[in-house]
Design a protein around this ligand. Structure first.
Ligand code: NI
Length: 152
């Protein structure tokens, strides 16, 4: 089911999201809805608080061969290097800004079945991991923008 995506003026986007305890049908439905909503909006990442659900759940799909990534209770365990690129957010359409992010990210997260998985991602995926994890802590990329750029 397509859900409504909240915009940056929503106070919910400043909340700290809670850890998922149950890897059940409710979680799977949330993940499925998030993916459907993200795809329809033509995005590459979505965090649950963006649809008003304060849970530590993320979906990412940058369109590469990695495909869909589902992160539940993600923790970034290491990051190094740096990249400065324009990024955007489905909660703030028609804007993009330059944000400094690490080039490499290591993270661990549960999948929808409660299995712990480890990731080493770089470039755009590293940026997406950081951006979406920030959402779970009430941090928005606009807080980190060095310079706004014209939307293409
Ligand atoms: Ni975002």
């Amino acid at each position: 089911m397509i859900r409504e995506i909240l915009t940056f003026d929503s106070p919910l986007l400043r909340e700290h999201s809670q850890e998922v305890k149950n890897f059940d049908g409710e979680l799977w439905e949330l993940l499925d809805d998030m993916y459907e909503t993200m795809k329809k909006a033509d995005g590459i990442g979505l965090a649950a608080p963006q649809i008003g659900v304060l849970k530590r759940v993320i979906v990412i799909d940058t369109g590469g061969k990695t495909g869909k990534i589902e992160l539940v209770n993600p923790v970034i365990t290491a990051m190094w290097g740096k990249q400065e690129e324009a990024e955007g957010c489905l909660s703030l359409l028609h804007k993009r800004g330059i944000v400094k992010r690490p080039m490499h990210v290591r993270a661990k997260a549960y999948d929808r079945f409660g299995k712990l998985r480890r990731y080493h991602v770089k470039e755009l995926l590293a940026r997406a991991f950081c951006h979406e994890t920030d959402h779970l802590n009430g941090i928005l990329y606009k807080d980190k923008v060095i310079e706004w750029v014209e939307d293409e």
